[in-house]
Design a protein around this ligand. Sequence first.
Ligand code: MN
Length: 267
Amino acid sequence: MICALVAGLNLVAGGLQNHVHAQTPNVAPTSGGPVDRALLEDIATASRILADQGVLDAFGHVSVRHPKNPQHFLMSRSLAPALVTADDILELDFAGDAVDARGRSLFLERFIHAEIYRRRPDVMAIVHSHSPAVIPFGVTTRPMLAMYHNAAFLAGGVPIFDIRDKFGATDMLVRNGEIGRALAESLGDKPVVLMRGHGNVTTGPSLQIAVFRAIYTEVNARLELQAIGIGGPITALTPEEGIKADKVNEQVVGRAWDLWKQRVGGK
Ligand code: MN
C-alpha cells in the first residue's frame, strides 16, 4: 500500500517534471562567435549619436547583424540609448533569445530587428526610434517625400505599418515575432517604414548608413513640415534622383559619422 502510494507520488512528480520541462523557455542559442571589440564600441557609439541627434530619447534601439552568423544580431540590453556602452551589447537570435543574457533584461521590441533581419538578407543594421518630427507622417495621409539629397533614400516611397490592421487594438508595441513579421512585410524592400502612432524603423547595408538614414529621416520630416507650411505643391526628389543621390550619400557617410562620433566622445 505504501509502495503503491510512493509509486503514485513518483508518477505525479514525473508528470510534473515533464510538464515543467515542456514549459521551459527556449534553450539559450549558441554564440555565432567572438566579435571585434571595435564593432561593439561602434554600436554603443551609434546609440549615443542617435540620442545626441534627437532621434532616440529614453527609448529606441540600434542593432547590427552578427558578422559571423547571419541568423544572429547584436544589440544593447534594455537601457536608455545615451547610456549604452560596449559592455551592454548582447547577441540575440531570430526568436529574440539572448546567447548569454546573464540576468540582463532585453528590449521588449527586439522582434522588430529579428524579423527584419530574417526577411531582408541585405539589411546589416537597423534603428528603431520614436523620432518626434516623423510621427505626424504616420498618422496623416500626407506621404513622406524626399525633400533633399541627404534624404534621397526616402524618394522610392515610405510605407506605413498600422498595427491595427492585423492585430486590432493593442498597446502599439512590437512585442512578439508575429507582429515583427507583419512590420517586416510592411517594410517590404524599402529602407524605411513608419509605424502609425509609434515611430519608425530605418535600415541599411551598414551601421553607419542605418544611423545616417535615421537622422535624415528626422531632419527630412522637419523640412517637409516647413514645406507644407509654405503651401502649394511640393516638388520632391523623384525615385530616379533618389537612387543617384543616395549613391553619393553612401560614399560620404563616413564624414558625417566622424563628426557625430566626435560630439559624443566615441571610441
Ligand atoms: Mn518603440
